[in-house]
Ligand binder design. Structure first.
Ligand code: FEO
Length: 400
């Protein structure tokens, strides 16, 4: 979209679509690209730009701003978040708008200096509840640490009811349609995939932020990635579910197999879990999209991990999945582990140690030498049934 779009009186979307980006954090696939939403707020006397764009898109941002006001007229650049996909355009804007001040939290100001060389005299540090008067419109700042970095904040325009939460409520979805109700069914699954990687590690802070915004009269949520929510409840309710709603009766079986032996165990375990009325979702990490595993971790109740022993330890691909589980800090606390080895084992013990360290309760382990025997497969069935039983018990505790 080459134009600036007025989303509320005096508030313009001046962001860009990055249709062709295919990976984020050098890790997460972006099948639908992403967007870097920037917003121009034009008050009676002052003009503010909320967040900028990823490096390489500055010219497009400048052209869109120029359709509304001269760039030199910008008085404030509101930096909700210092990560380069939103603040990468800050140096360009500040070099053109010579009188503009950068507004951020105290930590944000430090990061602006470290990342973008912004001089202290060009910054305005703000705290929770501080308000900037643009005349006829005001911007109030809400501290929102760890959503996504320690310096992050939200900005709220009380007169229009528009909340600008930057990464929070975002999704990696480039679209020529700007609003949530225009995008269709793809939106919430993509928002959940995004939530899994960016927000799930900080679910305690997500809950705090959800509580904080409860008292605000929000009519529209304008994040800095993906569509704008004209129906804010749609994404607020989804975040409530993902951050603190009941977990699903669902177990993930995450594994890899070199000669089919660990896979035989995985299939047997998955069938046993499923036969008990608990959803079993197998992921062979050789073929799986890590972001799909992450998305399922948002509301799974149990994590079952399987690895053959390779190089005296966990197969590296499963090791990556273990790192993902440890780093993303899903709410599931139940785990079980299995694997086949040729001579000396090692993978199962290593996985058990790593998952216990991460606070998971390992309810069962299964080590098999070579091809699983009938007895080994019976043990796999028992492991699966135990996991299913624990999932059902957890669901009952959660609902009682
Ligand atoms: Fe979209 Fe944390 O940056």
């Amino acid at each position: 979209m080459g134009k600036a779009i007025e989303i509320a009186p005096g508030i313009f979307w001046v962001g860009v679509e990055d249709w062709h980006r295919r990976v984020f954090d050098a890790l997460i696939p972006l099948p639908y690209g992403t967007s870097y939403n920037s917003y121009l707020v034009v008050g009676g006397e002052k003009v503010a730009l909320i967040d900028t764009v990823n490096p390489g898109f500055e010219q497009e941002l400048l052209e869109k701003v120029e359709r509304i006001v001269e760039v030199e007229r910008i008085d404030y650049v509101i930096m909700n978040h210092a990560e380069p996909d939103h603040a990468g355009g800050v140096p360009t804007i500040l070099s053109r708008a010579k009188n503009a001040k950068l507004v951020a939290t105290r930590k944000g100001v430090e990061m602006a200096e470290a990342f973008y060389g912004v001089a202290a005299e060009r910054t305005v540090p703000v705290r929770e509840g501080d308000t900037l008067d643009l005349v006829g419109k005001s911007l109030t700042f809400v501290e929102a640490p760890w959503l996504h970095w320690p310096e992050t904040m939200f900005t709220f325009c009380r007169e229009t009811g528009v909340l600008f939460p930057c990464d929070f409520f975002g999704s990696h979805l480039a679209s020529s349609r700007l609003f949530d109700d225009e995008v269709g069914d793809i939106l919430l699954p993509e928002a959940k995939r995004y939530y899994a990687e960016i927000m799930m590690p900080f679910s305690r802070f997500v809950a705090m932020a959800l509580d904080k915004i409860k008292g605000m009269d929000i009519g529209m949520i304008a994040p800095s990635h993906g569509p704008i929510y004209r129906n804010p409840r749609r994404i607020i309710d989804a975040y409530e579910r993902w951050a603190r709603g009941p977990l699903e009766r669902k177990a993930l079986i995450i594994y890899v197999s070199m000669w089919g032996n660990t896979e035989m165990l995985a299939k047997t375990i998955a069938d046993a879990i499923s036969s008990e009325g608990v959803e079993a979702v197998p992921y062979d990490v050789l073929k799986a999209d890590l972001s799909h595993i992450a998305r399922d971790l948002v509301d799974a109740s149990a994590i079952v991990m399987g690895s053959p022993t390779l190089l005296a330890g966990i197969h590296p691909l499963v090791g990556l999945a273990v790192s993902l589980v440890r780093g993303l800090r899903p709410r599931a606390k139940l785990a079980a582990i299995f694997g086949s080895h040729g001579w000396a084992g090692g993978a199962v013990d290593q996985m058990e140690g790593l998952l216990r360290q991460a606070g998971l309760e390992v309810v069962d382990t299964l080590k098999v030498r070579g091809r699983p025997s009938r007895e080994d497969l019976e043990r796999a069935v028992n492991l699966g049934k135990l996991v299913a039983q624990k999932v059902k018990e957890t669901a009952i505790e959660t609902n009682s």
